[in-house]
Design a protein around this ligand. Structure first.
Ligand SMILES: [Zn+2]
Length: 143
């Protein structure tokens, strides 16, 4: 049976979902009005090193992200193409932003549950670590 209110809510939110997230210590906290409802998992070496495993993130326009705390937020220029946001107090990996982009990649692990999200794709799978098996929950893209 069609859930009218649920359909109405998803229409109002576009294709995405509204969420809250934070770092482990709380010095970075944010609300997202409209996040992509899929998670991209990146297995490249930069993402593996900065996240500690592989990087799983959703995506939102910067205009849809409101910081309720950002005193812990710091950025690391991880390549000429992008920077990564993290909490300088607790070390949580939080954001990925291509240079000049008006959107943020947002760590799926930072989000309050339930996220309502599903895995969307695994990228740079050719660069994956050798100690795990990439889940078969979404397409694998080698590079
Ligand atoms: Zn923190």
């Amino acid at each position: 049976m069609r859930d009218y209110l649920g359909d109405l809510a998803s229409d109002l939110l576009g294709a995405g979902v509204a969420l809250r997230g934070r770092c482990e210590c709380g010095a970075v906290a944010f609300e997202i009005a409209n996040a992509r409802d899929t998670v991209t998992c990146c297995h490249c070496s930069q993402c593996r090193r900065t996240s500690g495993h592989y990087w799983a993130s959703t995506r939102a326009d910067i205009a849809d992200v409101t910081f309720t705390r950002d005193d812990g937020l710091s950025w690391f220029q991880s390549s000429k193409d992008a920077r990564r946001g993290f909490c300088k107090n607790c070390g949580s990996s939080l954001f990925y932003q291509p240079v000049g982009a008006n959107h943020l990649g947002i760590a799926a692990g930072s989000l309050d549950l339930p996220t309502g999200m599903t895995a969307g794709k695994h990228i740079f799978t050719a660069d994956a670590g050798d100690y795990y098996t990439i889940p078969d929950d979404a397409p694998h893209i080698p590079d």
